[in-house]
Design a protein around this ligand. Structure first.
Ligand code: SF4
Length: 282
């Protein structure tokens, strides 16, 4: 396979920002959902690795090698046969199956802008399957695919916004898009008539909880999920857990302070979902 594509590979991008890019032939594209996502039928990850590299990202734990775990945020593997794998399901369409896209990568990380791999999968799902789809991202690139979102009967686009503070965001998510650009993007998806949700997962230190809650409400979005930073979660790799935990400690973001902010959010948004319960399929 590699020989067949050798000429193409030569022209392809080998890095994006600080991340190295590899192109891989995947053995599967849909994974039976388990753990935190067990209420879904499948998870769908067009890429492995993620150039957003959030300090607290548990997905690093699922990397295949120690080196990948250590360098989380600085490598991406493109599943170049993802569409071909998905097309095989046309024989047994995924009607009404619940799919979460994505659980261990961001389907709209920067490389997606030029590869349009996620977009090709969405087109296939819309045309041949019509699953019950939830898309999870931290990226404004998501607005590019509003035309396809509108072709699904059941869909929800989740945008993760973990704080109201750019200073905090830069500490925990230095490679991610700004809070303001995420807020603007998800509002645009919502305004286009697509179901949306803002996920504050995990909720990081907040500068002004009252204003944050009011700003969230003013987006016009109807669904929100909040979840604390899990310090005791066994699935974090040691490095990620330690560095993120140190940041949490340095910022004095205690459970009491989290609860204080959570109660202000609940006061303004009584219907807010809490943790895993909030993530249930639509
Ligand atoms: S965007 Fe998601 S998958 Fe990517 S590093 Fe951040 S938490 Fe992990």
């Amino acid at each position: 396979m590699t020989d067949l594509f050798s000429n193409i590979e030569d022209d392809r991008r080998t890095s994006v920002g600080k991340s190295e890019v590899e192109y891989k032939i995947a053995s599967s594209i849909l994974t039976k959902a388990s753990g935190f996502m067990e209420t879904y039928d499948f998870t769908l990850n067009p890429y492995s690795g993620c150039s957003f590299g959030c300090t607290y990202c548990y997905a690093a734990f699922f990397s295949r090698t120690e080196e990948q775990r250590k360098n989380w945020g600085y490598w991406i593997q493109v599943k170049e046969n993802a569409l071909q794998l998905l097309m095989k399901f046309r024989k047994k369409p995924l009607h009404d199956k619940t799919i979460y896209m994505s659980s261990v990568t961001d389907p709209y990380q920067p490389i997606e802008r030029e590869l349009k791999l996620t977009r090709s999968l969405l087109r296939e799902l819309a045309d041949f399957h019509q699953p019950r789809l939830v898309i999870q991202t931290r990226s404004p690139i998501v607005t590019r695919d509003i035309d396809l979102f509108k072709q699904f009967k059941v869909i929800q686009v989740n945008m993760t916004i973990t704080t109201d503070s750019e200073n905090v965001r830069k500490v925990f998510e230095p490679l991610c898009p700004s809070n303001a650009s995420r807020m603007k993007a998800i509002k645009e998806v919502n305004d286009a008539g697509v179901n949306t949700c803002i996920t504050m997962t995990p909720l990081l230190p907040i500068e002004d909880a009252e204003s944050f809650a009011i700003n969230l409400k003013e987006t016009g979005i109807k669904k929100f999920i909040v979840q604390p930073f899990h310090s005791d979660r066994g699935k974090f790799i040691a490095g990620t857990r330690d560095s993120a935990m140190k940041l949490i400690k340095d910022m004095n973001w205690t459970n009491e302070k989290y609860k204080e902010v959570e109660s202000i959010l609940i006061k303004h948004i009584p219907e807010i979902g809490i943790g895993k319960e909030g993530f249930k399929p639509i």
